[in-house]
Design a protein around this ligand. Structure first.
Ligand code: NAP
Length: 676
């Protein structure tokens, strides 16, 4: 069988392994299948390429351009994912594991593509939060903005997710406008290389946006500066070496670490045998122990159950795990594949020996178990292993030893407080899960454990059919955790994009802030367009373009008519004496909704035209009561435009309703869809 040369992609060139290469074995057969690495990589040229070619090309695009690029990349990978499945079997992964890694990675990219279009402007600057009023009259304001860092994002990934691990970091970096240099773990880099080749062959990425290091990273970290970012995923031991790099410290290089973690899953006191929650807990725990042969940073390492249920839980979980077929992941009947390498298997067995000092093995003998598949006898297989620790308070190693394989330890707790204390003994984890049908238990556990965990996953009979799993980081929700888990944070929607941007507080006049963000800011110049704004197409409207309507007097008859017509006969509109007793009203006042309706009547241009639909309003505030006899006018200003499709886009209008004394009585933002 020929040995695959896994190349690096540096400064636009594929570089094959040389004398400095390491051999890579198949997880299934133990035979050498590939080699990767160079004795010396020109890391200076790579960084230069990212900084001078990739970064500027990406930053010329808007957030929406880059989001469209991500969507097209994800579609391209989706069409070619079988190639990646075929490569990935040799990592020991089953088809179900591929779905987690490969489909999960592609799905993450799709989510960032969609969020980029829906939640970011079609611009080069991302406003962060709202305008801050820094002066009495509003002539001096503040706005936080985010702009992409101008260096390279260096992504160092763990072996267990060769595709998801890359894409979950790459998608937010590219969306932010930062080029990436990806360094996968050597053990599974051939799958990452396959994925990078697919992305480059698609022609969708600008030159220099993506480079790849298969093998050692050389002196790359020594060359980074404050415009670069390191995103690391791997063991706590490697993270502590890398984060102590003197150059990273001297230059305050952003360093995000996603490390290992002793994640706990808690069975609620109400979830006794016979409840749907007990069965759910057993099912989830078994799945977490066996997916990717337990090589998952989020896997359940510690199972916390009420002391009285420990026996029943061990019995039910052992029965379920006992049915798992271990072996060649290419075979349909296999439920759990191999660990990534013999070295990894040895590491797990060494950690198991540590656990055995404090816990009794109740399931799984690594010296005696069946492996399916004729070709699989040299592979790095292990059976699911379950331990029982009867004194988790005195024990130490069960709370700090990560056996990165199909291994978990059951511990009994006395009450919720004890369960929380044990969960927190992990010293900071990526995720803790809780299976309970009691909201008070959920509240107590969350308040006690949230500060120690990046994610809390609660499941019960209500959510179980649609829940996403204890171990699945979602692109919408943050992934990371304090302490032992690395102190980092990734994903979490657009939060994850901001890790690749600098947040800057910009202070100045409304016109200055408007020019920077491309949005009209209250207090900035208002202009009159050449026609009624409802007659102007999406692309013709300019931020600041304003319509001031004629006045309309609100009469008592209007108020009574509206009250009878809608059924809203609230006393403040109908009963003068009762209204006068209310501290907010001088007497009978107009309905707020009547004012909104009158406002539309004042600013709408009725004929068929570019305005396609009113899709909602944001931030509505009624500021001053309107009494019968008051005359209202509307100032309608284009605030921002966001393209949605080729045919139409969303216009955000700033609407202010004022009375005859020019005092604002209501303010809101109106959203319409306008033809392109
Ligand atoms: P690892 O041994 O710590 O390696 C992680 C990465 O660091 C690999 O790419 C490795 O490259 C690289 N590396 C090692 N030494 C380096 C150095 N001196 N300079 C630059 N790069 C270096 O971890 P692993 O064995 O691949 O992964 C398993 C661990 O990752 C587990 O502990 C697991 O819990 C953790 N993990 C965490 C998450 C998370 O999101 N928190 C996700 C997945 C895995 P080589 O392979 O070339 O040595």
């Amino acid at each position: 069988m020929s040995i695959l040369d896994v190349a690096s992609f540096a400064a636009g060139e594929w570089i094959v392994p040389d004398a400095g290469a390491r051999e890579i074995e198949s997880a299934i057969t133990g035979r050498v299948i590939a080699r990767a690495g160079q004795a010396r990589l020109d890391t200076g040229a790579m960084l230069d390429h990212a900084r001078r070619v990739g970064g500027p090309a990406l930053r010329r695009l808007t957030f929406h351009d880059r989001a469209r690029m991500l969507k097209a990349l994800a579609q391209h990978l989706n069409e070619h994912k079988q190639t990646l499945y075929d490569l990935s079997y040799d990592t020991g992964a089953t088809l179900a594991d591929h779905r987690f890694d490969i489909d999960g990675g592609i799905g993450t990219m799709f989510v960032f593509a969609s969020k980029g279009r829906r939640e970011m402007p079609d611009a080069h600057v991302l406003p962060d939060g709202g305008i801050e009023q820094l002066s009495k009259t509003g002539s001096f304001l503040g706005q936080h903005i985010c702009t992409p860092l101008t260096g390279a994002a260096v992504h160092i990934n763990a072996f267990n997710f060769p595709v998801w691990g890359m894409l979950e970091k790459l998608a937010p970096a590219l969306l932010a406008g930062m080029p990436a240099i990806v360094k996968p773990a050597t053990a599974t880099c051939y799958v990452t290389e396959g994925c990078v080749r697919l992305m480059l062959a698609s022609g969708l990425l600008p030159e220099g946006a993506l480079q790849l290091v298969c093998g050692g990273l050389g002196d790359m970290l020594d060359r980074l500066d404050c415009q670069d970012v390191v995103g690391f995923t791997g063991s706590a031991a490697t993270a502590s070496i890398l984060r102590a790099n003197p150059n990273l410290l001297t230059n305050s290089v952003r360093f995000m670490a996603e490390q290992d973690s002793l994640n706990a899953s808690i069975l609620g006191p109400d979830a006794v045998p016979g409840t749907p929650e007990f069965d759910l807990f057993v099912k989830e725990a078994a799945r977490e122990i066996t997916t990717k042969a337990g090589q998952k940073c989020t896997a359940i390492r510690r199972i916390l159950v009420p002391e009285a249920q420990a026996g029943a839980l061990i019995e039910a979980l052992s029965t379920r795990l006992g049915k798992i077929t271990v072996g060649d992941p290419r075979l349909k009947e296999t439920r759990m594949g191999a660990l990534v390498s013999q070295a990894q298997k040895r590491d797990v067995l060494a950690k198991v020996a540590v656990l055995e000092g404090e816990a009794e093995r109740v399931l799984g003998d690594p010296g005696d178990f069946a492996v399916t598949g004729d070709d699989a006898q040299g592979g790095a297989f292990l059976p699911p292993m379950l331990f029982h620790c009867t004194d988790p308070d005195r024990a130490r190693r069960v709370h700090d030893t990560e056996a990165f394989g199909p291994v978990s330890t059951v511990m009994g707790y006395r009450d919720i407080e004890h369960a929380v204390a044990l969960a927190n003994r992990g010293g900071g984890s990526l995720v803790a899960s809780l299976v309970t049908h009691d909201p008070q238990v959920a509240r107590a556990v969350t308040l006690g454990a949230a500060a120690w965990h990046g994610r809390i996953y609660i499941n019960d009979r209500t959510s179980m059919a649609e829940s996403t799993g204890h171990g699945a980081p979602l692109p919408h929700m943050v992934h990371g955790g304090p302490g032992r888990a690395g102190g980092g944070e990734e994903l979490g929607g657009i939060r994850g994009v901001k890790h690749y941007m600098q947040r800057t507080a910009v202070q100045g006049s409304p016109d200055m802030l408007g020019a920077i963000t491309g949005r009209w800011v209250p207090g900035a110049a208002q202009t009159t367009g050449p026609a009624h704004p409802f007659r102007r197409r999406f692309a013709e409207l300019e931020p600041g373009e304003t319509l001031v309507t004629a006045p309309r007097t609100v009469t008592l008859e209007d108020i009574e008519h509206f009250a009878e017509f809608t059924g809203d006969t609230f006393y403040a509109h109908m009963d003068a004496e009762a209204a006068a007793r209310n501290p907010f009203f001088p007497g009978r006042v107009a309905h707020g909704y009547l004012l909104l309706a009158f406002a539309a009547g004042l600013f709408v241009d009725p004929g068929e035209g570019p305005v396609l639909a009113n899709t909602g309003l944001d931030g509505l505030r009624f500021l001053k009561p309107v009494e019968p006899g008051d005359a209202i006018r509307v100032r309608l200003t284009v605030k921002a435009r966001t393209p949605r499709t080729e045919d139409y886009g969303e216009v955000r209008w700033h609407v202010e309703i004022v009375n005859q004394d020019n005092e604002p009585v209501a303010r809101y933002e109106l959203l319409t869809m306008n033809a392109a």
